[in-house]
Design a protein around this ligand. Sequence first.
Ligand code: GDP
Ligand code: MN
Length: 353
Amino acid sequence: MPFTNHSVQEPSPLRKSNAAFIILARNSDLPGLARSVRELEDRFNHRYQYPYVFLNDEPFDEKFKKHISILTDAKVEFGQISHDHWSQPDWIDEDVAKSWREWMVLGDIIYGGSVSYRNMCRFNSGFFFHHPLVQKYRWYWRVEPDVHFHCNIDFDPFLYMEDNQKVYGFTISMYEYESTIMTLWNHVQGTYTDYQYLPRLSLEQILYSEFANLHPEYMAPNNSLEFISEDGGETYNLCHFWSNFEIADLDFWRGNIYQEFFEFLDQQGGFYYERWGDAPVHSIAAALFLNRTQLHFFDEIGYEHPPYTHCPKKGNNWAKGRCTCDPDPEANFDDSPGSCLGRWESLVNGTLV
Ligand code: GDP
Ligand code: MN
């Protein structure tokens, strides 16, 4: 043969999971999203051809659909989110919600003044898994604009999850240092007691004094309470899995326990009065309602959502993956004091003190 035909595709793997990438985005996210999808294709999906589901609260425009579709041979679907899955419920008192937003803006709390961000967090907490285009899938991988996949992913993470009885997979885990749920509550108890309305309870009070007491039977026997609490459930230590990357089982969110949990939280109003993120909501549910062995840290998947990067360090993962990230402690979020990975790993190893 005078030359090699490089365009020949590697054969698709025989066994595939019933899985899809789920991507929530605005039309304006196109440039950053095109880059995320391109990297995902190059590092992983050109060999696996898992389909994509793009979701938006508005219709995707033709340019968005065209520019995304040319990036992959896999099936791509574009869907719109129904109004009731993306709007402030009518039991929220808007005057009160508004004064809270204004207060958060003054406190420089990230996205504190944004209603659309709150809609997004509530959608990702309670509704994405109910979208008609998502119904047919069991597994998903959440992807966002402007993220990076730094290493070749030479295995199928969905099949890994399936074959090892995993339910929730993550790459980055962190303490929330900024004022969110807990510090916000402290502020409110202190300075802002003259507000005409306060959320009935803070997220942690709801969890530990209410929901957990209401339903002790929902707690998994070998749960990871110690990961999210340092005093046996008295307070939340703010550790959570960073939900902009998730590989997980949709049936967990669709199940009765999580549904009831979400309903309960939604009724408290904290998605709007405060600014509860889907990351702590998902993480607390995974930590309490799943057994520890059902959660999985994907070391091999080099992942960056600016400003933080997880770069593989175990064994030969970094070289094997031909990674573009820097595994040194200064560059790797895993080694930073804001990371909860060390706590997670000691819990798993049984060395947590
Ligand atoms: P951050 O990662 O918390 O800083 O928030 P992002 O701006 O990355 O938003 C998280 C995800 O939700 C991304 O996939 C965004 O594209 C998406 N998103 C955020 N706000 C909206 C919105 O108003 N409409 C739509 N359709 N998607 C949104
Ligand atoms: Mn993001």
